[in-house]
Design a protein around this ligand. Structure first.
Ligand code: 13P
Ligand code: ZN
Length: 269
């Protein structure tokens, strides 16, 4: 569609989304259609693209998102594979427009690709973050093998314990994910139950672990969201490699972890 393709700023953002979708696949975090992405592109839409007609019947939302009224999102499609999002983002995702009252949305470009089954979690996360004054634009959900592995071990289903363990493997973990990782108890994928439990954890954390399912990162930049998950995944690998080699990793001391806070001007969890 000409109108969208002419918009260079928007297309540059779509290219970055496609770039990250490719990383998710090559990392082995995106089996079949695993994972989904939503990015608020409202600030990149010109008047012409904002008024594009709906390509499919208006879809009501189960929970209204008043802080997103009139906003636009690129959202990956349900059942679509990240390796193909990387190659053809508009065959495997679409741009949606939230109604002014935040009660429904329309798919407006480029094709009527239905959004991810996790659309409720994504939109409620964006809505919650805006409601507390944050202009966060990205929600990235993916299935990193190592981090999901931790959620099968009871003691790690504790945000403080899991965060402390991951932070203590390499200094970058605390530097890149200073608010740690929140835990969302298991719920059926795509459900409102999962969406409600997810936003509960967002007050404290920018990264969440969906028990026995996957990880979410929120932020202002999709590359940063990818990097945050990648850094925590690296920590997880160091931990598991040590355990496989037969030893418990020593980990950074409390003093070493504490010294990072003033050195990098980090917020506390
Ligand atoms: P979708 O294909 O609907 O995005 O679902 C994939 C997924 O990871 C569900 O959590
Ligand atoms: Zn998932």
């Amino acid at each position: 569609m000409e109108i969208i393709r002419r918009n260079k700023a928007l297309m540059a953002e779509i290219d970055r989304i496609a770039e990250v979708a490719g990383y998710l696949w090559t990392k082995g975090w995106a089996e079949r259609n695993g994972g989904n992405i939503s990015v608020n592109v409202t600030h990149l839409m010109d008047d012409e693209s904002k008024s594009l007609p709906a390509l499919a019947p208006t879809r009501p939302l189960n929970e209204e998102v008043p802080f997103l009224g009139g906003h636009f999102f690129y959202v990956t499609g349900t059942g679509k594979r990240m390796r193909y999002v990387a190659q053809a983002p508009f065959d495997n995702g679409s741009i949606i427009r939230i109604a002014p009252d935040g009660k429904s949305f329309d798919i407006i470009a480029e094709q009527p690709v239905g959004p991810t089954m996790e659309i409720h979690s994504h939109l409620m996360m964006h809505n919650y973050l805006r409601s507390i004054g944050r202009e966060t634009t990205v929600v990235l959900h993916t299935h990193p093998t190592d981090l999901i592995g931790f959620s099968h071990c009871k003691p790690f289903l504790n945000s403080e314990h899991l965060t402390r363990t991951l932070w203590s493997m390499i200094p970058e973990a605390r530097i890149v994910v200073p608010k740690g990782i929140g835990i969302v108890p298991y719920a059926i994928p795509g459900t409102m139950e999962l969406a409600y439990a997810t936003i509960e954890q967002l007050a404290k954390h920018d990264m969440l672990l969906w028990e026995k399912h996957g990880v979410l990162a929120v932020g202002d930049d999709i590359i940063d969201c990818f990097d945050a998950i990648d850094t925590m995944s690296k920590s997880a690998q160091i931990y598991f490699n040590a355990r496989w080699a037969g030893y418990e990793p020593v980990g950074m001391t409390d003093e070493e972890l504490e010294a990072l806070v003033p050195a990098f001007n980090l917020p506390r969890m």
